[in-house]
Design a protein around this ligand. Structure first.
Ligand code: OSB
Ligand code: MG
Length: 369
């Protein structure tokens, strides 16, 4: 494919409710999309970076800048396919959300032209994926219990609670009291330290599916110490940036479950390689989310249709995040989302929604500047 034009599209999307984690609160999602025009067709991608560098080092403005300065220029000459994006951009260190968004857009264009769905291209084996909901920290425990009840009524059968020091045992006790049999897990986004080992180990009392990323990303040995004394499985998110990170963490006993996120590992193709490694080692994986719009969600759902994704994904229906999504809405069917089967991402981007939300479009390649 020859890429004729690349645009970065940025917009602020209000969340239906604020999302608070151990690293901060978001009221609005600072969305960055990549739009490519290639061989007369088009493709869309979404960069999972957030407005602030609090989940990891990337933030929307740095992601956009790196795309414009280095990543887009690396893919606009000659013949390029989705599978070439990672190798062409390898000299840039990190910026995995930026690379993931660009690869997604090029793959979308390529697969739309070929009439093949992303799920099929990746080797997906399901036409619907089981999903859960990630519930942020609320001002009061009563509000949390009410939110969880609402999501369970909606049909979600797995709930993840965000926890942090000072917001753990009490909310867990309250939610467990209300839902003794609910599939429940927690995510600390690296909010605890070695001083909290006993506290985190006591989460065993709540019959959780897993504890996600209690400690800092580089604390693999500390995670291994925790894993050795807990019955509940440890899952890593922020620590796993690549296939090599996954293999190292598993070798060290730092986790027994891996959360795979497209934007954290540099794209759907690296995400598939992590899936393949884990499947070969008998390690269960599940697909994480980063509050994506329908564009990034479509890629995530396609990825989650691969056979090794055995725990419910952190991919909820559009209405859990947005009043109006940028694509046709993802809706809950029981506790599942349907995997798009149209060409490419299998969703269409709603130009009116982009307009209504005041999207800013910046052409970064294919224009005289
Ligand atoms: O750690 O999984 C996380 C959202 C933003 C950043 C990090 C995380 C999350 C979520 C929400 O938990 C998952 C989703 O519904 O998109
Ligand atoms: Mg997480």
């Amino acid at each position: 494919m020859t890429i004729e034009r690349v645009e970065l599209v940025r917009l602020a999307m209000p969340l239906v409710r604020p999302f608070r984690t151990s690293f901060g609160v978001q009221h609005t999602r600072d969305v960055l999309l990549v739009h490519v025009v290639a061989d007369g067709g088009e493709g869309w991608g979404e960069c999972a970076a957030h407005a602030e560098p609090f989940y990891n080092e990337e933030f929307t403005e740095s992601t956009a800048l790196v795309l414009e300065r280095w990543l887009v220029p690396a893919v606009v000459d000659g013949d390029v396919r989705g599978a070439d994006v990672a190798t062409r951009t390898a000299t840039v260190k990190g910026y995995r959300a930026a690379k993931a968004g660009l690869e997604m857009a090029v793959l979308d264009a390529e697969l739309r032209a070929a009439g093949q769905s992303l799920a099929h291209h990746l080797g997906g084996t399901r036409d619907a994926v089981d999903v859960g909901v990630s519930v942020g920290i609320t001002p009061t425990v009563d509000e949390l219990v009410a939110q969880v009840g609402g999501y369970v009524d909606d049909g979600y059968r797995r709930v993840k609670l965000k926890v942090m020091p000072g917001w753990d045992l009490e909310p867990l006790r309250a939610v467990r009291a209300d839902h003794p049999d609910l599939a429940l897990q927690v995510d600390a986004n690296a909010g605890y330290t070695a001083a909290h080992l006993d506290l985190v180990a006591s989460f065993d009392d709540f019959g959780l599916l897993m504890v996600e990323q209690p400690f800092a990303p580089e604390e693999l040995r500390l995670h291994a110490r925790l894993a050795a004394r807990m019955a509940t499985p440890i899952c890593l998110d922020e620590s796993i940036l690549s296939t090599v990170h996954a293999a190292t963490a598993l070798d060290l006993g730092a986790c027994t479950i891996v959360n795979i996120k497209v934007g954290r590992v540099g794209g759907v193709l690296e995400a598939r390689r992590i899936h393949d490694l884990c499947l070969a080692r008998g390690v269960p994986v599940w697909c994480g989310g980063m509050l994506e719009t329908g564009i990034g969600r479509a890629a995530n759902v396609a990825l989650a249709s691969l056979p090794g994704f055995t725990f419910p994904a952190d991919l909820s229906a559009s209405d859990r995040y947005w009043r109006r999504d940028l694509t046709e809405a993802f809706v809950l069917d029981g506790s599942c989302l349907r995997v798009p089967d149209g060409p490419g991402l299998g969703v269409s981007v709603d130009a009116d929604a982009l307009d209504e939300l005041g999207a800013e479009v910046r052409a970064v390649a294919g224009v005289a500047r």
